[in-house]
Write a protein that binds this ligand. Structure first.
Ligand code: ADP
Length: 510
């Protein structure tokens, strides 16, 4: 029960809690005050009631003196009439000393019948009984020695009067007082409640404003600040809230900026990737053309030779002139085709490479970033070791293309390796001699058998189902075009290591 009340209280607003507490306090106070006034009023009224009736009975006793002295019914009736004029007096009687009833009014109630040497008052269920002796003072003698000439008096007990007073009047007065007390306290409580409610409203308003402000912020509104009003503590809370929001908004702004710059950087990386892919396609096509040119060059040269020989023979012997002309045409066309292929090879060899200073380590890390997803996908651990930070002299995109090709081959080799062997890609950057930068790329793939090693750089050589066999041939020709070279070494079952050499910048001076 108490728990439920507690739970209920914690769910209601601060204002309701304050009002509830006040109402509870006020109710308890009202009850206590009502009880206290009721009890005190009860005793006060009772005392007043007894005193008044005592005076009345004493007066009645005095009025009854003559009646008892002379045993007169007339006098008795007069005395009783006076006392019975009071509404609450239900019974009144005059008794002689011997208890004989001289006169009575109303109906007696069984109660008290003691011989009254002294006044008696006794409370019954619905009545109070008052008994008062009737006494006269008789003079006994005169003593001159007393100086004052006063005479001593002796009381003579004549009888007694008995009065029965109903409590109903007292009870009516008491309940009226209790009711009016209750009403006054209720009205006062109501007035106090309304005053307190107004005060609480004034007190709680700044707190409610602060709560509303916090709610707005929670719903995502920006630029919301607490207005500093109300009690000192609310000021402090408001200030703390404003400070917190300031910090929060600064952080949000910084975060948005960071997100924008990260998006930009990612877009740059994507652009770079697109360029590399485009370049790769172009290069592959170029190399394919180069390969085809290389392959076609020999048969074309053979055709030219054979047709040249034929022509010589045809011209010395008797032949049909048209036949000579046709062979001549074949020879011309073959030479023309040969010239085209030479031009194509020349063009491909030169390319449009730009020589620039490439920070080797940085360029390798860029390439690793590009294929980080793939490395993670196949759980390949990689490391770049560089004691020196050399710079290579070559086209930066070409350098990236070369390393990307070798690393991709290493990934493809290692992803087949499922025998629980660790997949490690180790890249070492260093110097070779006085002029060259050396980059070695080592993997823990299946390795390359010696018979394959020789053919590795030939165009169209591949052991992969969907391979083109152009990658290494391109790598080799790119490096050569920049004055560099490539080497490979491998132990079957252990892995392969490709070493790239390229001219370095300012190495000689070191
Ligand atoms: P492709 O990758 O299209 O086959 P490449 O010229 O790049 O063409 O490679 C030629 C061949 O060299 C591959 O088919 C593969 O057999 C072999 N090779 C290249 N790199 C590795 C390596 N790291 N480990 C084992 N074999 C390799």
């Amino acid at each position: 029960m108490l728990e439920t009340l507690k739970k209920h209280l914690t769910q209601t607003s601060f204002k309701t809690q304050l009002l509830l507490l006040f109402v509870m306090g006020l109710s308890i106070l009202a009850i206590v005050v009502t009880l206290a006034t009721t009890v005190s009023t009860h005793y006060l009224m009772e005392n007043m009631f007894i005193t008044r009736n005592k005076i009345l009975v004493e007066a009645f006793a005095k009025q009854s003196t003559l009646a008892l002295l002379y045993g007169s019914e007339e006098n008795s009736r007069d005395a009783v009439r006076i006392v019975s004029a009071f509404q609450s007096v239900e019974y009144a009687a005059i008794h002689e000393v011997n208890h004989k009833r001289l006169f009575e009014y109303g109906k007696s109630v069984p109660g008290i019948d003691l011989p009254p040497p002294y006044p008696i008052q006794k409370e019954l269920d619905a009545h109070w009984v008052f008994i008062e002796p009737v006494v006269v003072m008789n003079p006994i003698d005169k003593e001159p020695s007393n100086g004052g000439g006063q005479s001593n008096q002796k009381p003579q007990f004549l009888g007694y009067v008995k009065v029965l007073v109903s409590k109903s009047e007292l009870q009516t007065i008491q309940s009226t007082i209790v009711l009016s007390n209750g009403l006054i306290i209720f009205i006062l409580s109501a007035i106090l409640y309304f005053i307190f409610r107004k005060l609480v409203n004034q007190m709680v308003e700044p707190l409610q404003t602060l709560t509303r402000t916090m709610k707005k912020r929670e719903e995502g509104q920006t630029g919301v600040r607490a207005s500093l009003q109300g009690a000192k503590e609310l000021h402090t809370i408001g200030e703390a809230f404003n400070q917190m929001i300031n910090v929060l908004e600064e952080r949000e702004e910084a975060l948005i900026k960071e997100m924008h710059s990260r998006e930009k950087a990612e877009e740059n990386v994507r652009q770079h990737q697109r360029e590399l892919a485009h370049f790769s396609r172009l290069k592959t096509m170029g190399e394919m053309a180069s390969g085809i040119a290389h392959e076609l060059n020999q048969p074309l040269a053979a055709i030219v030779n054979y047709t040249g020989g034929c022509l010589e023979r045809l011209q010395t012997e008797q032949t049909v002139p048209e036949f000579v002309a046709v062979v001549q045409k074949i020879n011309d066309q073959a030479e023309r085709a040969g010239a085209i292929i030479h031009r194509l090879k020349d063009f491909l060899r030169k390319g449009n490479a730009v020589t620039e200073s490439v920070d080797v380590r940085l360029a390798i890390e860029n390439v690793l970033k590009l294929i980080e997803c793939e490395l993670n996908q196949y759980e390949i651990k990689w490391s770049v070791q560089a004691n020196e930070c050399p710079k290579a002299l070559m086209d930066k995109t070409h350098f990236e293309q070369v390393t990307l090709n070798i690393i991709q081959n290493a990934i493809e080799a290692m992803k087949e390796n499922t025998e629980g062997k660790a997949r490690l890609l180790t890249i070492t950057v260093g110097l070779s001699g006085k002029e060259m930068v050396e980059v070695s790329i080592k993997d823990t793939g299946p390795g390359i058998p010696p018979e394959i090693l020789e053919k590795l750089f030939e165009p169209f050589f591949t052991t992969k189902e969907e391979g083109m066999g152009m990658g290494l041939s391109i790598v080799s020709s790119i490096l050569e075009s920049h004055g560099g070279r490539i080497q490979v070494s491998s132990m079957v079952g252990e892995g392969a290591m490709f070493k790239l050499f390229m001219p370095g910048e300012g190495i000689r001076d070191k």
